[in-house]
Design a protein around this ligand. Structure first.
Ligand code: PMV
Length: 325
């Protein structure tokens, strides 16, 4: 059976950085995110008994590093299926992969949902999230719809994401400011392993449970300015940990700083805009729908900004009928 899934990438408001268990990808702390309407992956999977290997094409390419992670994930599905049948996989992103736009999140979420359906298995949303997490941590947050929390958990079975609020709960936007489309030098998978070497890491963990609680309250009451302040400080905390880990991680580029300062200036002018940043140079500007045009116009004048991608909160992962082969 052939199955195709579409999965949306997500932006974390409270970040996952550091793991308490490497193999199962159990995070050091919980995290909170929003699925993004215009950054998504579409993936078709078919298990085919006549194949002698997995046949994997991602964005029109056969890349060994990516393909071996995909094969490992297909192996997890084959364990559930109790059959060693190889699969054909074709996957296409709506955006540049590996440049801090969470391509692994939407990629592994789409692969999980399509792979499980192609295997004829029926898993709950929680089970799909647990499975996606093992492919790429943040992928577990791209399974449920809307605004999502990943509870850290101490075992594989209790580390999964669930919906906090539907996508219609809050019409906030994420203007992704693209500064680089290059593959990053250090993958997040590697970066996650060095987080605990920062002297600030333990301080972060000491405060994170309270921070998650506050974030959820501010989202529930739609208190945009307090929420914006909290998530901007969280992004700066993440990059402080990255700067002070060894080997240090410097993902920001000069244009990233240009956008960050422009966001602060916009606030001085009375526009409610806040930034957040993942493991890459691109800056996510979180704002209200009514301010998009004004912010976009300003940001596009900053040297080094390649393009902007506007996103609303969206669904997570779902099956579709348009197969890629
Ligand atoms: O799932 P990974 O290993 O690609 O890690 C994602 C890490 C951050 O994007 C920096 C934060 C997050 O929670 O998405």
């Amino acid at each position: 059976m052939k199955a195709t899934a579409k999965a949306h990438s997500n932006i974390a408001f409270i970040k996952y950085w550091g793991r308490k268990e490497e193999i199962l990808r159990l995070p050091s702390n919980g995290s909170i995110s929003m699925n993004l309407s215009n950054l998504f992956t579409t993936t078709t999977v078919e298990f085919n008994p006549s194949l002698h290997n997995d046949d994997i094409l991602v964005n029109g390419e056969r890349n060994n590093e990516i393909n071996s992670r995909i094969t490992k994930h297909l192996d997890r599905i084959r364990v559930l299926l109790q059959k060693k049948t190889y699969a054909q996989v074709v996957s296409q992103n709506s955006f540049a992969a590996s440049a801090g736009m969470a391509s692994s999140a939407s990629g592994f979420a789409a692969l999980t949902v399509a792979g499980v359906a192609a295997a004829g298995l029926q898993l709950s949303e929680k089970e799909l999230s647990i499975l996606a997490r093992q492919g790429s941590g943040s992928a577990c947050r791209s399974i449920p719809d809307g605004f999502v929390e990943w509870v850290d958990g101490n075992t594989s079975d209790d580390s999964y994401a669930h919906k906090l609020f539907d996508q219609s709960h809050w019409d906030i936007c994420d203007i992704v400011t693209v500064i680089s489309k290059e593959k990053k030098d250090v993958s997040t998978s590697m970066g996650q392993q060095t987080a605990s070497s920062s002297i600030f890491f333990q301080t972060r963990l000491n405060n994170i449970v309270q921070k998650i609680h506050t974030c959820k309250e501010l989202m529930k009451t739609r208190n945009f300015d307090e929420f914006g302040k909290l998530i901007e400080m969280e992004a700066l905390e993440l990059h402080t940990i990255m700067f002070t880990s060894w080997p240090s991680l410097i993902y920001l580029e000069p244009a990233s700083l240009g956008v960050m300062k422009a966001v602060k200036r916009l606030r001085e002018e009375g526009i409610s805009a806040y930034f957040t940043i993942d493991a890459g140079p691109n800056i996510h500007i979180i704002c209200l729908q009514k301010d998009i045009d004004h912010i976009e116009k300003r940001i596009k004048t900053i040297p080094g900004v390649l393009e902007t991608i506007i996103n609303n909160a969206s669904r997570g992962s779902y099956l579709i009928d348009n197969h890629l082969f």
